[in-house]
Design a binder for this molecule. Structure first.
Ligand code: ZN
Length: 172
């Protein structure tokens, strides 16, 4: 199977033919995505299946990639695996979109060709978190001065109780 994916496609024609596309798209070819990543030399592995359910043209597929994002806590590189699947119903109006099954997102198609790259890019961008962060505490621990301050305040909060206890004893 060819690794080269077509960019502009006619989704209705592909659905009619029940085409299957499988291949890779370079991250660098996805303009909006490559602006977001720290390294755009990777690839996005894509498999797209076109089908028809009655008259409804459907596009489903999977996207796999490992992107290098910038951690929003420490600003260092963050390896971010993408493994998502999507299902789109090709529609020409909002009324048609409302009839789609709940697990199916509408793809508005006006007869012009659809960019497969943009479609894939949209799905990836939707799946990316607004503030990607390492899954562990990646910022260096606070300085020892902070730790001392913490210790001090804990002693202070304990004090009122011991004072109360003393008062109680003297009151009896
Ligand atoms: Zn981090």
């Amino acid at each position: 199977m060819s690794d080269k994916l077509p960019d502009l496609i006619d989704p209705l024609l592909f659905a009619e033919r029940r085409s299957i596309l499988s291949g890779a798209i370079k991250v660098a070819a996805l303009g909006r995505l490559s602006d977001l990543v720290l390294a755009d030399d990777g690839e996005v592995k894509v498999e797209v299946l076109f089908a028809k359910q009655g008259k409804q043209a459907l596009i489903s597929g999977s996207i796999k990639a490992t992107l290098v994002l910038e951690c929003q806590s420490c600003l260092q590189a963050l390896s971010w695996p993408i493994d998502l699947s999507f299902k789109l119903g090709v529609v020409s109006s909002l009324q048609e979109a409302e009839k789609l099954e709940v697990d199916c997102e509408p793809l508005l198609f006006d007869g012009e060709k659809v960019s497969l790259n943009e479609l894939i890019e949209d799905e990836i961008l939707l799946a990316l978190p607004d503030y990607p962060k390492h899954g562990y505490d990646c910022i260096p621990r606070r300085s020892s001065t902070d730790a001392e301050f913490d210790g001090e305040s804990r002693t202070k909060t304990n004090n009122p109780f011991s004072v109360l206890a003393k008062l109680k004893k003297t009151g009896e």
